[in-house]
Design a protein around this ligand. Structure first.
Ligand code: FE2
Length: 383
């Protein structure tokens, strides 16, 4: 996050003695890019370094679907199995060196494990469900339509209040677009959302001893370890680096006289990809405008869209929960009849929500993607 935020108690000066009931609190500097990036200062009841037991290392190299060819794809998440864990058992479908896109369907209940992604920031998009997100920074309630953005290195867990489905994006430097921020970090007029729309964690402190299993994820796999106190033992923190949430229903789509490019829906930028959100909106107001998109080929990009709800004007045969991959170098756009039927429409369907991840480098598909791929999709513009 790019705004200064403070929760709980912090000492008057950083790096000074800070006592709580005769106990010396333990300060942690949690930061990115060495000591020159964003950071927060956290004050723990216990040293955050006390590993009582090292658990197992588990390799997790993604298995590529090697003979996928080079074509458009449609993946049906409705055909995916349930996951046992949102972190260890998420189903990776699409990836390259910059980004991993995964899906999770999970039953109600609280996760026993604590999680920390060492290599990638994470965005969890709540497709369905009600979830309490718990973290070293505090807790947040999430529901359908929420993006949860977690900086890499954050310790967290989940309590699923009902069975939930999550579309997960992992990458580096997942941030609020710089073009939306003034020199002071305030979101400027004309941005897709405003500071007020950002939901922040509320600190909750646990002073508990016991066995707490933390799983640290890297690009290569998972390291499990046991701590002897609850890692959510922070009594205060401040800084610029912490998880936050944003509901797609609070976004403010920019509409125009003629068709606007996806760029206006940019929600987060990241290292070599962007995340955009298509939300309900009025269509263009030129009397002869064609409201839906033109045929296009962004040669230098692969375009992945997760369809969360609604009926998409330009697409037939797309169901809620489907993911399309449109390859650079192939043309795509409205399917037959879609332009004609859009001409007199004044708005999208009022529950239309889709998440787009546009990557600057080619993505690969995993063997899981192969299982839920519709091989006839590239021909869906033919009839
Ligand atoms: Fe497109």
């Amino acid at each position: 996050m790019v705004f200064y935020y403070r929760q709980g108690e912090v000492p008057k000066k950083r790096h000074t003695v800070f006592m709580k009931q005769d106990k010396l609190l333990r300060e942690e500097v949690f930061g990115l890019n060495g000591f020159s990036g964003r950071f927060s200062l956290l004050y723990h009841l216990n040293p955050p370094t006390r590993i009582a037991k090292l658990g197992e290392w588990k390799n997790n190299v993604l298995e590529e679907w090697k003979d996928a060819g080079y074509r458009h794809h449609k993946l049906s998440t409705s055909k995916l199995r349930k996951s046992n864990d949102p972190f260890l058992d998420r189903i990776a479908l699409i990836f390259n060196n910059d980004v991993i896109l995964s899906y999770v369907k999970i039953d109600e209940g609280e996760t026993k494990l604590f999680y920390r992604n060492a290599d990638f920031d994470e965005v969890y998009y709540v497709h369905e469900g009600e979830i309490t997100f718990k973290s070293v920074f505090g807790e947040m309630e999430l529901s359908q339509g929420d993006y949860l953005v977690i900086p890499r290195g954050t310790t967290y867990k989940f309590d699923f209040k009902k069975s939930s489905e999550l579309f997960i994006i992992e990458g580096k430097q997942i941030e609020i677009p710089k073009s939306y921020r003034n020199d002071y970090g305030q979101l400027i007029e004309g941005s897709f959302y405003y500071n007020r729309d950002i939901k922040l964690p509320v600190l909750k402190t646990f002073d508990e001893k016991g066995e707490y299993t933390l799983v640290i994820k890297t690009i290569q796999g998972y390291q499990s370890l046991t701590l002897d106190s609850n890692p959510f033992d922070v009594i205060g923190w401040d800084g610029y680096l912490y998880p936050f949430a944003l509901s797609v229903y609070d976004l403010e789509p920019i509409t125009g006289k003629l068709h606007q490019p996806p760029t206006v829906y940019t929600t987060f930028t990241a290292n070599n990809f962007v995340i955009c959100t298509f939300v309900p909106r009025l269509f263009d107001y030129h009397p002869q405008s064609i409201p839906i998109s033109y045929y296009h080929d962004n040669v230098d990009a692969d375009e992945i869209i997760f369809y969360s709800s609604g009926q998409f004007m330009s697409r037939r045969g797309i169901s809620k929960g489907d993911i399309t991959i449109h390859r650079g170098g192939h043309v795509h756009g409205p399917q037959p009849g879609a332009v004609e039927s859009s001409l007199n429409k004044r708005s999208t369907y009022n529950d239309e929500v889709a998440i787009m991840v546009e990557t600057q480098k080619r993505v690969k598909l995993t063997s899981y993607a192969k299982e839920v791929d519709d091989p006839s999709y590239p021909l869906s513009w033919y009839t």
